[in-house]
Design a protein. Sequence first.
Length: 256
Amino acid sequence: MRCTLERFKPKITGIVDVHVHLGLSPEFDEKVLRTAKLLGIERVCAFPYRVLQLKDPKEIWRANEYIYNLQERHREVIGFVFVNPLTVSSEELINEFIGKRGMRGIKVYRVRARSSLLNPIAELAIHYDVPVLIHTAHRLYPRDRPNESTPVDIRALAKRYPRLKVIMAHLGGGGDWEFSLETVRDVSNVYVDIGGTVVDNGLIESAVEYLGESRLVFGSDNVFTAALGKVEAAEVDEEVKWSICVDNPRRVVGVD
């Protein structure tokens, strides 16, 4: 396995991945963290794996405890607290896990970003100076996830809170990524993670053209080789690749 992964290892060192799911099992977590390290990914921003299944308040709390404990045991793990304002007090979770325990970001799913339910989350994120990463898609087929945020929702939230750092998740997660880029083009507090299984030619180059290099952040959604391959193959300067993989995520998340 090591020899195979070495082929994908980029020249860049110190990569920070803003989009990693952990918590499926201790064995799964060990494999994910080991694979990331072998591929040159130094830090991972982690949140619970089964976010779609997390509805019970006690389960949500336990899932965040698990991520916090991983952060305490592994230097490479940067914890993001998962919140679902439909079922549990987001304010309580954020104040506990970010305010008291030092986790560095917020993950939102199951609620459209334009919803007023996100207002207290946004305000606390600004207070603690942490980013909010939001599951986003612009699908070209009928959706079965009615509360899935679209780029239009992301734009609405970011315009409402111009001091909020919003990470629009997995640009390569399916759907029309050019529409996604065009929608948030003029909203400077929206950052875009490049993750997802879509590896279209020109995705990275177009993202740099639309947004500038400072608003792209490395994110894999656990698909490490696809994300690394997109950056490695992109026809952009090496300094731009470094910004996407290292400087930008460190700045947005606020880590050394």
